[in-house]
Design a protein. Structure first.
Length: 121
């Protein structure tokens, strides 16, 4: 009988991916256009990114949930014994943790952009 459950390493990677994509979605309306302008990238298409502004709270909530669960899973001390390739390697654990922390940093920047943008204006 085949086991159709997702392995621990795959769950961690899925949460890290969801967290980073959610953080990018949350930052797409405000932070990304500012970053593009600061690096010299311009174009009319950058203005279309502001259409995502009404969805920023949803992106923030999804990213917070994914990153929170991902960090909890990555750092919990009572990990069960792994079987075969379900657990991943040490390098994949480090990459997952780095992705989660990158997503958390993006999430903090995206969530606080209205506050610090007023200070810079």
């Amino acid at each position: 009988m085949m086991d159709n459950r997702i392995g621990d390493a795959a769950k961690d990677k899925l949460l890290a991916t969801g967290g980073v994509l959610g953080a990018l979605g949350a930052s797409s309306c405000c932070v990304l256009p500012l970053a593009f302008a600061a690096t010299g990238v311009s174009g009319a298409w950058i203005g279309t990114l502001t259409k995502f502004a009404p969805y920023q709270p949803i992106f923030l909530a999804v990213a917070s949930l994914c990153i929170g669960l991902g960090l909890w899973r990555a750092y919990r001390s009572n990990r069960t014994a792994c079987e075969g390739a379900q657990c991943g390697t040490l390098a994949s654990h480090r990459l997952t943790r780095a992705s989660l922390w990158l997503g958390a940093a993006l999430l903090i920047v995206a969530g606080s952009v209205e506050w610090w943008a007023r200070l810079l204006a």
